[in-house]
Design a protein around this ligand. Structure first.
Ligand SMILES: [Zn+2]
Length: 108
């Protein structure tokens, strides 16, 4: 959480903001970060900064793997996280680990 608020504060400072109205972040489902918790702890994390009172918007990203066969899928425990098309297990993770700041909305 502190990581996101620091990124948002940096961005706000670079834009010479005085107050921020909304912060949008992107969080992959593999990060273990739970959006509800982030929402819950956000107000106290940003209290006393120029982010205080801003809205936190969370874009959740699903876990996606691209297989060598070209298939993109969400790994499932049922089949050992293998590719449902070819059975391959050497896919590359292309989504799900995101912890990014997407945008900071500045109050005029
Ligand atoms: Zn495959």
């Amino acid at each position: 959480m502190a990581r996101f608020s620091n990124m948002a504060l940096d961005a706000a400072r670079k834009n010479h903001a005085k107050k921020v109205s909304a912060v949008t972040i992107r969080v992959g489902q593999m990060t273990g970060l739970v959006p509800e918790y982030l929402q819950h702890y956000y107000p106290q994390t940003v209290a006393g900064t120029m982010l205080e009172g801003s809205r936190l918007v969370i874009e959740e990203r699903p876990v996606l793997v691209r297989c060598a066969c070209g298939n993109v899928y969400t790994p499932a425990r049922d089949n050992g996280y293998a590719c449902p098309k070819c059975g391959g297990a050497s896919g590359k993770l292309i989504s799900g680990r995101e912890m990014d700041l997407v945008s900071v909305e500045i109050e005029e």
